[in-house]
Write a protein that binds this ligand. Structure first.
Ligand SMILES: Nc1ncnc2c1ncn2[C@@H]1O[C@H](COP(=O)(O)OP(=O)(O)OP(=O)(O)O)[C@@H](O)[C@H]1O
Ligand SMILES: [Mg+2]
Length: 266
């Protein structure tokens, strides 16, 4: 289970540009939940993921991952159990390394290197199988440098790497936004498969309202650093795109004072 308690983060404190983004933000994510996170530009979605992953430190607050407060743990340590896939396909993989080398790095995450030859062969077979399941022809390209792959192929690989060792939490930040519609569909289905297969607790940011509704068991809308909509299971399943769009436009009218008042759900 993931629990965020009373998180605070202000940018440019004490200057005219000060942005008090998170002002006592709290959220619980149950183990195995697949949460889709929506909200307008600047709502704080990526910042929330940055704070959880450790690429940003909060001013105060706790981030409990399976009972352990990781809020001040360095990012590289958190990466042993928090995986992330970004919008930009070049961020999740190393371009100068081959597919096999990239996957090996992901597999060895948090563990020492040095596997025997027999293990090497078995590992190669396993990589081949996982790649073949994508249907992108990558299983025959284990020795190809990742830098020459298309954005969609790289994103597929990034997702494989992020889940090679199933993490306690998978963070996806608009991970299909830079892909053509077909490839985005392939990556979304792969996401569903891998998340379901390992029951990975997942937080996925998207601007695609259909994806926000079609995937996951819970939908959260963020506005000015606060949760303004939080729907799960039947409530989420009953929601239409038109209703979600309506919630979106009503949300955009909410001021800081309104989201901070008792008014946490619209
Ligand atoms: N490292 C930073 N330094 C200063 N300001 C930041 C930093 N990171 C985020 N912000 C500010 O925090 C606010 C929230 O940004 P964030 O990127 O989290 O929004 P978002 O919800 O991900 O938006 P988008 O949908 O455009 O990706 C913005 O006003 C942004 O300028
Ligand atoms: Mg963002």
């Amino acid at each position: 289970m993931i629990e965020i308690r009373d998180l605070r983060k202000t940018f440019y404190r004490g200057t005219p540009d000060e942005i008090q983004l998170f002002r006592g933000f709290s959220m619980k994510i149950e183990k195995g939940d697949f949460v889709t996170l929506v909200g307008s530009n600047g709502a704080g979605k990526s910042t929330l993921l940055n704070l959880i992953a450790g690429s940003l430190m909060p001013d105060s607050g706790e981030i409990l991952v399976e009972g352990r407060d990781v809020a001040r743990m360095p990012e590289h340590k958190r990466s042993a159990f928090i995986s992330r896939v970004f919008q930009n396909p070049s961020l999740g993989t190393s371009p100068s390394l081959t597919i096999e080398e990239n996957l090996s790095l992901a597999l060895n995450k948090g563990r020492p290197f040095g596997l025997g030859r027999a293990k090497d062969r078995r590992r190669r077979e396993r990589f081949r199988e996982r790649l073949a399941a994508l249907g992108l022809g990558l299983e025959n390209k284990l020795d190809v440098k990742v830098g020459v792959l298309s954005g969609g192929q790289r994103q597929a690989l990034a997702l494989l790497m992020a889940t090679e060792v199933p993490p306690s939490l998978l963070l996806l930040d608009e991970h299909t936004a830079a892909l053509d519609p077909n490839t985005a569909g392939v990556i979304m289905e792969m996401t569903r498969r891998v998340v379901e297969e390992h029951r990975i607790t997942t937080l996925m940011v998207t601007h695609n309202m259909k994806n926000a509704l079609d995937y996951g068991n819970r939908l959260v809308m963020l506005h000015r650093g606060s949760i303004v909509v939080d729907l799960r299971d039947e409530q989420k399943r009953g929601l239409t795109i038109a209703q979600l769009m309506d919630l979106f436009s009503r949300t955009s009218a909410l001021t800081d004072q309104m989201v901070l008042a008792e008014f946490t759900q619209i």
